[in-house]
Design a protein around this ligand. Sequence first.
Ligand SMILES: C[S@@+](CC[C@H](N)C(=O)[O-])C[C@H]1O[C@@H](n2cnc3c(N)ncnc32)[C@H](O)[C@@H]1O
Length: 338
Amino acid sequence: MTLDLRLDLALTPGGLTLPEGKIAVFGPREGHYLEPLPKERVVVVSTQFPDHAYFQRQGFDCVLRADEIYAASVVVLPRAKALARDWIAQAHAATNGPVIIDGQKEEGIESILRECRKRTEVSGPISKAHGKLFWFTGGAFDDWIAPPADMPDGFTTAPGTFSADAVDAASALLAQSLPTSLGAHVIDLGAGWGYLSAKALEHPGVTQVDLVEADHAALECARINVTDPRARFHWADATAWTPETRADAVIMNPPFHIARKANPELGRAFIRAAAGCLKTKGTLWMVANRHLPYEPLLGELFTQHEEIAGTGSFKVIRAAVPIRAKTPTRQPRRSRAR
Ligand SMILES: C[S@@+](CC[C@H](N)C(=O)[O-])C[C@H]1O[C@@H](n2cnc3c(N)ncnc32)[C@H](O)[C@@H]1O
């Protein structure tokens, strides 16, 4: 949450001046402070459901993509290099004034700064709290706009989406380990660009697959990759989403990183959501990195769980019959003594 510290330093007299007009902020994350910017002029550009929803709750104007010309732009550097370049190119194309780039060292701000310096004159950088902020106005960046990528097996992905270059090995292992009969209604939590859903739709008897994904760009790819009319697409936070009707099966390769940091709590929240999405006799089919300690929670939430396949790196788990939390029975009201 150090973007605000660097912006504050940059906006001191003699430094960066913000021109009149709207300011696009690309990719701020839940919890980032945008206080140094005039809120009424800020437009948050974010495809990530939890971040988008967070800034909407804070009263910011939020859009999925830059759709007008801004007086200035701030790019909060994402981890994926291709996505970082794409956002910088988008910001540059949509901005009349300064394009401001902010990022942590661990997210590659140093190398982006070097690359930008080769293309234009850069002001700053402001260095603070393991990160840097710099800004520029000129240069040519159109070649950084990333087109959707077509993978050899016919799937379309976008920069920054999970497994954008190839099918993920863990997801492939899960797909191979699924039983022939999955049941009629399947939910794919954290569906990404749709690999597991495409595989689930090959199973006999499936009548509906719900794809739930937080990254709008990934979900757009899923719409291209999964054109089957049995598929339904939901841009949502899987940990808070509830289906219209409970499902026979949930399939998932849950995320376990927030930014760069491993956070099994996110995977655990997916497991809780999966248990809540399933019918009484429903089954969860999931794959996870072997070191992630999900079994205690699976034991609390499901009657049975077992590893059905695995490698040295991954484990495929089947967890069946969710245990429903018992709703406490209401004590009859005692009549008041008169
Ligand atoms: C490990 S990837 C798996 C993607 C896809 N199922 C596959 O097998 O290729 C996890 C996915 O969860 C998505 N994700 C992360 N947090 C999420 C959340 N809170 N709600 C929904 N999806 C989320 C990520 O964007 C990513 O696409």
